[in-house]
Design a protein around this ligand. Structure first.
Ligand code: ZN
Length: 343
Protein backbone atom coordinates (compact mmCIF):
# COMPACT_ATOMS: atom_id res chain seq x y z
CA UNK A 1 0.00 0.00 0.00
CA UNK A 2 1.42 3.38 -0.94
CA UNK A 3 1.88 6.00 1.74
CA UNK A 4 -0.68 8.22 0.04
CA UNK A 5 -3.26 5.46 0.11
CA UNK A 6 -2.56 4.85 3.80
CA UNK A 7 -3.15 8.53 4.54
CA UNK A 8 -6.42 8.56 2.62
CA UNK A 9 -7.54 5.54 4.62
CA UNK A 10 -6.64 7.35 7.82
CA UNK A 11 -8.77 10.32 6.76
CA UNK A 12 -11.81 8.06 6.28
CA UNK A 13 -11.12 6.23 9.53
CA UNK A 14 -10.80 9.51 11.43
CA UNK A 15 -13.93 10.99 9.83
CA UNK A 16 -16.08 8.18 11.20
CA UNK A 17 -14.30 7.82 14.54
CA UNK A 18 -16.42 9.12 17.46
CA UNK A 19 -14.40 12.00 18.86
CA UNK A 20 -14.12 14.33 21.86
CA UNK A 21 -12.98 17.95 21.57
CA UNK A 22 -11.59 19.68 24.68
CA UNK A 23 -10.05 22.91 23.40
CA UNK A 24 -12.13 24.85 20.90
CA UNK A 25 -13.21 28.48 21.12
CA UNK A 26 -16.80 29.55 20.53
CA UNK A 27 -16.23 32.68 18.40
CA UNK A 28 -13.10 31.11 16.86
CA UNK A 29 -15.28 28.26 15.55
CA UNK A 30 -17.65 30.48 13.55
CA UNK A 31 -18.03 29.04 10.06
CA UNK A 32 -18.21 31.30 6.99
CA UNK A 33 -21.86 30.20 6.52
CA UNK A 34 -22.77 31.46 9.99
CA UNK A 35 -20.89 34.70 9.50
CA UNK A 36 -22.77 35.24 6.20
CA UNK A 37 -26.08 34.92 8.07
CA UNK A 38 -24.93 37.31 10.81
CA UNK A 39 -23.57 39.79 8.25
CA UNK A 40 -26.95 39.78 6.48
CA UNK A 41 -28.65 40.59 9.81
CA UNK A 42 -26.29 43.50 10.42
CA UNK A 43 -25.44 45.00 7.00
CA UNK A 44 -23.95 48.15 8.56
CA UNK A 45 -21.04 46.08 9.89
CA UNK A 46 -19.52 45.98 6.40
CA UNK A 47 -18.77 42.24 6.54
CA UNK A 48 -19.36 40.48 3.20
CA UNK A 49 -22.53 38.40 2.97
CA UNK A 50 -21.50 36.33 -0.07
CA UNK A 51 -19.99 33.00 0.85
CA UNK A 52 -17.16 33.17 -1.71
CA UNK A 53 -15.99 36.54 -0.42
CA UNK A 54 -16.23 35.27 3.15
CA UNK A 55 -14.25 32.13 2.40
CA UNK A 56 -11.54 34.36 1.07
CA UNK A 57 -11.77 36.60 4.15
CA UNK A 58 -11.34 33.44 6.28
CA UNK A 59 -8.24 32.25 4.42
CA UNK A 60 -5.47 32.50 6.99
CA UNK A 61 -2.58 34.79 6.11
CA UNK A 62 -0.96 35.69 9.42
CA UNK A 63 -1.76 36.24 13.09
CA UNK A 64 -2.84 39.87 12.53
CA UNK A 65 -5.35 38.65 9.98
CA UNK A 66 -6.67 36.04 12.45
CA UNK A 67 -7.32 38.81 15.01
CA UNK A 68 -9.08 40.87 12.32
CA UNK A 69 -11.42 37.99 11.40
CA UNK A 70 -12.01 37.15 15.06
CA UNK A 71 -12.97 40.73 15.95
CA UNK A 72 -15.19 41.02 12.86
CA UNK A 73 -17.18 38.03 14.15
CA UNK A 74 -17.29 39.42 17.71
CA UNK A 75 -18.71 42.68 16.34
CA UNK A 76 -21.49 40.79 14.53
CA UNK A 77 -22.73 39.28 17.81
CA UNK A 78 -25.11 42.07 18.83
CA UNK A 79 -28.21 40.34 20.14
CA UNK A 80 -28.91 37.21 22.18
CA UNK A 81 -30.35 35.67 19.00
CA UNK A 82 -26.94 36.16 17.29
CA UNK A 83 -25.28 34.30 20.18
CA UNK A 84 -27.88 31.56 19.93
CA UNK A 85 -27.36 31.13 16.18
CA UNK A 86 -23.56 31.03 16.42
CA UNK A 87 -23.63 28.57 19.31
CA UNK A 88 -26.12 26.23 17.65
CA UNK A 89 -24.20 26.21 14.36
CA UNK A 90 -20.84 25.64 16.05
CA UNK A 91 -22.23 22.59 17.84
CA UNK A 92 -23.91 21.40 14.63
CA UNK A 93 -20.55 21.68 12.85
CA UNK A 94 -18.85 19.62 15.57
CA UNK A 95 -21.56 16.94 15.36
CA UNK A 96 -21.11 16.76 11.57
CA UNK A 97 -17.48 15.72 12.19
CA UNK A 98 -18.62 12.97 14.55
CA UNK A 99 -17.59 14.88 17.64
CA UNK A 100 -19.77 13.23 20.28
CA UNK A 101 -18.64 15.32 23.24
CA UNK A 102 -17.20 18.83 23.34
CA UNK A 103 -16.10 21.35 25.93
CA UNK A 104 -16.59 24.70 24.25
CA UNK A 105 -14.60 27.67 25.54
CA UNK A 106 -16.81 30.74 25.86
CA UNK A 107 -15.69 34.32 26.50
CA UNK A 108 -18.86 35.97 27.84
CA UNK A 109 -16.97 39.14 28.80
CA UNK A 110 -16.50 40.25 25.17
CA UNK A 111 -20.25 40.02 24.55
CA UNK A 112 -21.34 41.60 27.84
CA UNK A 113 -19.13 44.68 27.30
CA UNK A 114 -20.77 45.02 23.87
CA UNK A 115 -24.18 45.29 25.50
CA UNK A 116 -25.63 41.78 25.85
CA UNK A 117 -26.69 41.25 29.50
CA UNK A 118 -25.18 38.12 31.07
CA UNK A 119 -28.67 36.75 31.83
CA UNK A 120 -29.58 36.90 28.12
CA UNK A 121 -26.20 35.48 27.10
CA UNK A 122 -26.59 32.54 29.47
CA UNK A 123 -30.10 31.83 28.27
CA UNK A 124 -29.03 31.99 24.61
CA UNK A 125 -26.14 29.54 24.94
CA UNK A 126 -28.14 27.08 27.06
CA UNK A 127 -31.06 27.24 24.62
CA UNK A 128 -28.69 26.57 21.69
CA UNK A 129 -26.97 23.73 23.54
CA UNK A 130 -30.19 21.94 24.42
CA UNK A 131 -31.53 22.28 20.87
CA UNK A 132 -28.27 21.08 19.31
CA UNK A 133 -27.91 18.19 21.75
CA UNK A 134 -31.47 17.11 20.96
CA UNK A 135 -31.10 17.52 17.17
CA UNK A 136 -27.62 16.03 16.79
CA UNK A 137 -27.09 13.66 19.74
CA UNK A 138 -23.91 15.40 20.87
CA UNK A 139 -23.11 16.34 24.49
CA UNK A 140 -21.65 19.80 25.19
CA UNK A 141 -20.24 21.46 28.29
CA UNK A 142 -18.93 25.02 28.75
CA UNK A 143 -15.64 26.49 29.85
CA UNK A 144 -15.78 30.23 30.70
CA UNK A 145 -12.46 31.90 30.04
CA UNK A 146 -10.90 35.16 31.08
CA UNK A 147 -9.64 37.15 28.08
CA UNK A 148 -6.18 37.73 29.55
CA UNK A 149 -5.51 40.88 27.53
CA UNK A 150 -8.39 42.63 29.36
CA UNK A 151 -6.77 42.01 32.74
CA UNK A 152 -8.21 41.85 36.23
CA UNK A 153 -11.48 43.75 35.45
CA UNK A 154 -12.34 41.05 32.87
CA UNK A 155 -11.41 38.35 35.38
CA UNK A 156 -13.59 39.96 38.07
CA UNK A 157 -16.54 40.01 35.66
CA UNK A 158 -15.96 36.49 34.32
CA UNK A 159 -15.82 34.88 37.76
CA UNK A 160 -19.09 36.67 38.61
CA UNK A 161 -20.71 35.22 35.48
CA UNK A 162 -19.36 31.77 36.37
CA UNK A 163 -20.48 31.82 39.99
CA UNK A 164 -23.57 34.04 40.12
CA UNK A 165 -25.00 33.24 36.65
CA UNK A 166 -23.65 29.75 36.03
CA UNK A 167 -25.28 28.00 33.10
CA UNK A 168 -26.26 24.38 33.82
CA UNK A 169 -23.52 22.99 31.59
CA UNK A 170 -20.59 25.03 32.94
CA UNK A 171 -17.79 22.68 34.05
CA UNK A 172 -14.56 24.65 33.99
CA UNK A 173 -12.82 28.02 34.22
CA UNK A 174 -10.10 29.08 31.79
CA UNK A 175 -7.69 31.83 30.83
CA UNK A 176 -7.01 32.71 27.19
CA UNK A 177 -5.58 35.55 25.12
CA UNK A 178 -1.89 36.45 24.96
CA UNK A 179 0.60 35.09 27.48
CA UNK A 180 3.34 37.67 27.00
CA UNK A 181 2.77 40.49 29.51
CA UNK A 182 -0.14 38.64 31.16
CA UNK A 183 1.24 36.85 34.26
CA UNK A 184 -0.93 33.89 35.28
CA UNK A 185 -0.55 34.50 39.04
CA UNK A 186 -2.61 37.73 39.02
CA UNK A 187 -5.69 35.55 38.43
CA UNK A 188 -5.07 33.22 41.40
CA UNK A 189 -8.02 34.61 43.45
CA UNK A 190 -10.40 34.12 40.52
CA UNK A 191 -9.35 30.51 39.98
CA UNK A 192 -9.58 29.91 43.72
CA UNK A 193 -13.19 31.09 43.68
CA UNK A 194 -13.96 29.03 40.58
CA UNK A 195 -12.53 25.88 42.14
CA UNK A 196 -14.41 26.53 45.39
CA UNK A 197 -17.57 26.65 43.26
CA UNK A 198 -16.77 23.20 41.88
CA UNK A 199 -15.34 24.28 38.53
CA UNK A 200 -12.25 22.68 36.99
CA UNK A 201 -9.17 24.76 36.17
CA UNK A 202 -8.02 24.79 32.52
CA UNK A 203 -5.81 27.82 31.76
CA UNK A 204 -3.79 28.32 28.57
CA UNK A 205 -0.05 28.30 29.33
CA UNK A 206 3.23 27.52 27.62
CA UNK A 207 2.04 28.36 24.12
CA UNK A 208 3.97 31.55 23.36
CA UNK A 209 5.94 31.68 26.64
CA UNK A 210 8.12 29.16 28.40
CA UNK A 211 7.79 26.46 31.05
CA UNK A 212 7.65 29.00 33.92
CA UNK A 213 4.14 29.99 32.76
CA UNK A 214 3.03 26.35 32.98
CA UNK A 215 4.51 26.04 36.47
CA UNK A 216 2.56 29.16 37.44
CA UNK A 217 -0.65 27.75 35.92
CA UNK A 218 -0.22 24.62 38.05
CA UNK A 219 0.94 26.27 41.28
CA UNK A 220 -1.07 29.51 41.22
CA UNK A 221 -4.20 28.48 39.30
CA UNK A 222 -4.45 24.79 40.20
CA UNK A 223 -4.46 23.76 36.51
CA UNK A 224 -5.93 20.30 35.91
CA UNK A 225 -5.27 20.46 32.17
CA UNK A 226 -3.08 22.89 30.26
CA UNK A 227 -4.20 24.72 27.11
CA UNK A 228 -1.31 24.08 24.66
CA UNK A 229 1.52 23.62 27.20
CA UNK A 230 3.94 22.60 24.47
CA UNK A 231 6.85 24.64 25.87
CA UNK A 232 6.95 22.18 28.77
CA UNK A 233 9.39 20.35 26.54
CA UNK A 234 12.08 22.90 27.51
CA UNK A 235 12.05 21.80 31.18
CA UNK A 236 12.62 18.09 31.96
CA UNK A 237 11.47 18.56 35.57
CA UNK A 238 8.17 19.97 34.34
CA UNK A 239 7.74 17.15 31.81
CA UNK A 240 8.28 14.66 34.65
CA UNK A 241 5.79 16.54 36.84
CA UNK A 242 3.09 16.58 34.12
CA UNK A 243 3.62 12.88 33.47
CA UNK A 244 3.59 11.90 37.14
CA UNK A 245 0.53 13.99 38.02
CA UNK A 246 -1.15 13.02 34.75
CA UNK A 247 -1.95 16.64 33.87
CA UNK A 248 -3.04 16.45 30.21
CA UNK A 249 -1.98 18.92 27.53
CA UNK A 250 -4.52 20.18 25.00
CA UNK A 251 -2.48 20.28 21.80
CA UNK A 252 -3.47 21.91 18.48
CA UNK A 253 -0.69 21.42 15.90
CA UNK A 254 -2.13 23.66 13.15
CA UNK A 255 -2.81 26.50 15.58
CA UNK A 256 0.80 26.27 16.77
CA UNK A 257 2.03 26.60 13.19
CA UNK A 258 -0.40 29.40 12.35
CA UNK A 259 0.68 31.49 15.33
CA UNK A 260 4.31 30.53 14.60
CA UNK A 261 5.03 29.24 18.10
CA UNK A 262 6.23 26.16 16.16
CA UNK A 263 8.10 26.99 12.94
CA UNK A 264 7.87 23.66 11.07
CA UNK A 265 5.51 20.77 11.71
CA UNK A 266 8.45 18.35 12.05
CA UNK A 267 9.68 20.45 15.01
CA UNK A 268 6.41 19.97 16.92
CA UNK A 269 7.14 18.59 20.41
CA UNK A 270 3.99 16.43 20.67
CA UNK A 271 5.90 13.18 20.09
CA UNK A 272 8.68 14.00 22.54
CA UNK A 273 6.06 14.90 25.16
CA UNK A 274 4.07 11.72 24.54
CA UNK A 275 7.23 9.58 24.60
CA UNK A 276 8.15 11.14 27.95
CA UNK A 277 4.84 9.90 29.37
CA UNK A 278 2.81 13.11 29.24
CA UNK A 279 -0.91 12.69 28.49
CA UNK A 280 -1.53 14.48 25.19
CA UNK A 281 -4.90 15.25 23.62
CA UNK A 282 -5.57 16.64 20.16
CA UNK A 283 -7.81 19.65 19.60
CA UNK A 284 -8.61 22.29 16.99
CA UNK A 285 -8.55 25.66 18.91
CA UNK A 286 -10.03 28.11 16.30
CA UNK A 287 -10.56 25.71 13.37
CA UNK A 288 -12.14 27.70 10.47
CA UNK A 289 -9.88 30.68 11.20
CA UNK A 290 -6.78 28.43 11.06
CA UNK A 291 -8.12 26.52 8.05
CA UNK A 292 -8.42 23.22 9.89
CA UNK A 293 -10.85 20.73 11.42
CA UNK A 294 -10.55 18.33 14.35
CA UNK A 295 -10.25 15.49 11.82
CA UNK A 296 -7.30 17.20 10.18
CA UNK A 297 -5.60 17.66 13.56
CA UNK A 298 -6.00 13.93 14.23
CA UNK A 299 -4.52 13.15 10.79
CA UNK A 300 -1.54 15.38 11.59
CA UNK A 301 -1.16 13.78 15.02
CA UNK A 302 -1.26 10.32 13.42
CA UNK A 303 1.75 11.33 11.30
CA UNK A 304 3.62 13.06 14.10
CA UNK A 305 3.04 10.21 16.56
CA UNK A 306 3.20 7.44 13.95
CA UNK A 307 -0.20 6.03 14.91
CA UNK A 308 -2.19 3.23 13.32
CA UNK A 309 -5.94 2.87 13.81
CA UNK A 310 -5.55 1.39 17.29
CA UNK A 311 -3.29 4.30 18.21
CA UNK A 312 -5.87 6.78 16.93
CA UNK A 313 -8.56 5.09 19.02
CA UNK A 314 -6.30 5.34 22.07
CA UNK A 315 -5.71 9.03 21.37
CA UNK A 316 -9.45 9.76 21.30
CA UNK A 317 -9.93 7.64 24.41
CA UNK A 318 -7.28 9.78 26.17
CA UNK A 319 -9.37 12.87 25.41
CA UNK A 320 -12.45 11.21 26.88
CA UNK A 321 -10.49 10.31 30.03
CA UNK A 322 -9.15 13.89 30.27
CA UNK A 323 -12.61 15.40 29.83
CA UNK A 324 -15.04 16.62 32.48
CA UNK A 325 -17.91 14.72 30.88
CA UNK A 326 -20.48 13.10 33.15
CA UNK A 327 -19.78 9.47 33.97
CA UNK A 328 -22.55 8.06 31.75
CA UNK A 329 -21.35 10.12 28.75
CA UNK A 330 -17.79 8.86 29.26
CA UNK A 331 -18.94 5.26 29.50
CA UNK A 332 -21.05 5.51 26.35
CA UNK A 333 -18.30 7.25 24.41
CA UNK A 334 -15.62 4.73 25.44
CA UNK A 335 -17.89 1.91 24.24
CA UNK A 336 -18.57 3.70 20.93
CA UNK A 337 -14.84 4.24 20.34
CA UNK A 338 -13.88 0.68 21.26
CA UNK A 339 -16.61 -0.72 19.01
CA UNK A 340 -15.94 1.57 16.05
CA UNK A 341 -15.57 -0.23 12.76
CA UNK A 342 -15.37 2.07 9.75
CA UNK A 343 -18.19 1.73 7.22
ZN1 ZN B 1 -7.06 28.30 22.76
Amino acid sequence: MSELRARADHADFIAGLPKAELHVHHVGSARPETVAALAARHPDAGVPTELDALREFFTFTDFGHFIEVYLAVVDLLRTPEDIRLLTYEVIEGLAAQRVRYAELTMTPYTSVIRGIPIEAYTEAIEDARMAAERDHGVAVRWIYDIPGESGVPAADATIRYAVDHAPDALVAFGLGGPEIGVPRAQFAPHFQRARAAGLHSVPHAGESTGPETIWSAIRDLGAERIGHGIRAIDDPALVAHLAERRIPLEISPTSNLATRVVKNIEDHPIKALRDAGVVVTVNSDDPPMFGTTLGREYALAAELLDLDETGLRDLVAAAVDASFAPHDVKTRLRADIAGYVPA
